[in-house]
Design a protein. Sequence first.
Length: 74
Amino acid sequence: MTHAKPRPFTLDELRAHLAEIFPEFWKRGDLRVENIAPMSATVRLIHHPRHLRPGDATRENGDMRGSARYHNTA
């Protein structure tokens, strides 16, 4: 018996699917799927001060230093 190979998601289909199954991560718009390819994806966390860890800062030139974190406040 052979199985049909699953059709990969398009970028828009993946965005809609993720928003449906993980609405808490996507409703604020903090995360953005920018690109997908076989076995990879580019997901960007949009800059916001709530994503900075204590002690991290945004420099005068606008660059961020330190690691980001994501937490659900819903």
